[in-house]
Design a protein around this ligand. Sequence first.
Ligand code: GUN
Length: 299
Amino acid sequence: MTASLIDGRKISKKIRVGIKSRVSRLREQKIRPGLGVILVASDPASCSYVSAKERACRRLGIFSETARLSASVSQSDLLNRIDVWNQSDKIHGILIQLPLPSHINQDAVIQAILPDKDVDGFHPINVGKTLIGDETGFAPCTPSGVCELLIRGGYDPSGKHTVIVGRSNIVGKPLAALLIQKKSGANATVTVCHSATKNMASYTRQADILIAAAGRAEFITGDMIKPGAVVIDVGTNHIEDPSCEKGYRLTGDVHFDSAAKVAAAITPSPGGVGPMTITMLMHNTVRSAEEFYRKLCAT
Ligand code: GUN
């Protein structure tokens, strides 16, 4: 079998057309959606994610402001910045690029963001709403992007055994919460595997839909996949490769060549989930601005 490709760039482009027209409608009402991003230190991967988010904002007409702070920034400086944006009418979404340096209490920083502006969906209020299926909250962007990829790619997860490899707060746990909801576009039977799972392949081989979010380069190989499965690769890893100009290449958590021989459909990495994450961030930011406008009209 040679898998067909689930093209995250193509699906993202289509969604962004709709987002752009929502931005135009808001701008006709003199509301420009705004995203505030905090980037602490200069980890190359985080810098490139933040640049991609800024670029997406520019292309869609969304205002963005990035606070690039040094690795030694104090927690109180960070909290002050969040407080300013919490109160600003120009900023409708706030995102703290993770990870943060170890002297900063990540939970305290996330909890300082107003839940209504938490477009990353990491505040405990939004985490709880995601778990109970309350769509008034913001669901995290990567898990939402995975669900959109499945639905728009034509792979409805309803009734499918979906195995997630990885239990992070950013991807694995919220993705399980989204996929088990009793609603259309979800309704999956979900298994979550992680670093303490024994005999991982015995689970992954049962998956109709296999989602790799382990943060381990090329961890999922073709022999771990059920023939005909749909494979979603959430990973983006830098691995050394002297044959590449830069000395490294980007690869997912899935060993693409062996997996593509077994799966029915597969996302590439890069070019699969990554663009969808940014698209869902844009969607959440515009939704937040729309809600801001609705409240303004009601007062
Ligand atoms: N670091 C890795 N993924 C993410 C994400 O989705 N949001 C934020 N804020 N930081 C991240």
